[in-house]
Design a binder for this molecule. Sequence first.
Ligand SMILES: *[C@@H]1O[C@H](CO)[C@@H](O)[C@H](O)[C@H]1NC(C)=O
Ligand SMILES: *[C@@H]1O[C@H](CO)[C@@H](O)[C@H](O)[C@H]1NC(C)=O
Ligand SMILES: *[C@@H]1O[C@H](CO)[C@@H](O)[C@H](O)[C@H]1NC(C)=O
Length: 415
Amino acid sequence: MAAHGSVDRSLVALLALMACLSCAAAGRAGGVARQRLELRRHLKRLNKTPVKSIKSPDGDIIDCVHVSHQPAFDHPFLKNHTIQTRPAYHPEGLFGGNKVVSQTKTPSMAQLWHQNGRCPEDTIPIRRTTREDVSRASSVKRYGRKKHRSLPNPMSVDPDLLNESGHQHAIAYVEGDKYYGAKATINVWQPKIQQSNEFSLSQIWILGGSFGADLNSIEAGWQVSPDLYGDNYTRLFTYWTSDAYQATGCYNLLCSGFIQINNEIAMGASISPISNYDGSQYDISILVWKDPKEGNWWMQFGSDYVLGYWPSFLFSYLADSATMIEWGGEVVNSEPDGEHTSTEMGSGRFPEEGFSKASYFRNIQIVDGSNNLRAPEGVGAFTEQSNCYDVQNGNSNAWGQYFYYGGPGRNSNCP
Ligand SMILES: *[C@@H]1O[C@H](CO)[C@@H](O)[C@H](O)[C@H]1NC(C)=O
Ligand SMILES: *[C@@H]1O[C@H](CO)[C@@H](O)[C@H](O)[C@H]1NC(C)=O
Ligand SMILES: *[C@@H]1O[C@H](CO)[C@@H](O)[C@H](O)[C@H]1NC(C)=O
């Protein structure tokens, strides 16, 4: 009897296990169907019906979407919005337009997709999001968004937090005043990324509030991010958040927020040409400023392209002004194999190597309360591990305030 009873018990256990397995399989199948539906809906939200589509040599599809059909207008607050066709004010001051004379060539920076066509008037170019793009993210909702706490905080009382998040920076910064914008000319490289969950970027941060859960940030620059784009091209990007990367904001036009007015430059599209080590140097200028009349934050690329604006209502602190500006590089160090990543920042060279070898930000400026571009005062420099990535400030007539930054990541001093 005892033996019989035990057989019964194991049979029951086995049946229960089988039921459980099939139930899990059914759950999985339901989950997969739900995910597919969610993915389809998300792609439909992001990819608006184009007037025309252009295939870029890098594999992107650029959709020319009517300016009033762009993703921004899915936002409930923007239902009756009248598009601003130009900023009411443009900041005045130093190094205006193309007056800077330097060793660099001033070729027309372009985007690769221009080789195969242009977008008509009253449309804006939008990089089409593919099924594969979204599938690389941990979830549909996370696609196009930064993970939390990827912000360099030189004032952090707990520097361990910086290391813990795996993000490494080499930046220059100013704080302690009210800022209404920032500008820089950044040379463009194609840093090597060791593995696809890492990235390397060079950007300006316009920050409002303290480094708490309600941090406001507007960001723009170039990046290489295999996870976001599926390749290693260097791309123009923007980012915004009003709650420290939690529920609000995204890269480029991957959520409602930024209103684009320009039909020539696509957010997230690749930049060309790229600087060569000890060879030709190519740089881009980025200006972000707050229109003192309407309060919107505008972005300009180069001296010719006013791309569009972030409406003031998206933000809390930045609805007034920024409290800190940062310029520089950031990489993710996922410490593959327990060693520091060999993902490069900037050109992958240390600042000491100087012009045409190291990466730089030159003519860094801030916009003050009178809407003037000025050289920033009291610029600080910050890096978590200078043996991996470093930064060096400088000052000259032609370059104003500048700095070289970057590095190779893993090396004998950065194991
Ligand atoms: C938009 O306009 C309509 C009609 O005038 C109005 O009912 C609605 O409240 C407005 N929505 C917003 C978000 O302002
Ligand atoms: C990107 O570069 C890495 C090496 O740096 C390489 O392993 C990977 O295959 C590249 N990805 C693509 C899509 O070319
Ligand atoms: C980050 O970690 C490295 C290695 O563990 C250490 O040398 C460095 O001091 C840390 N940096 C900060 C800012 O804590």
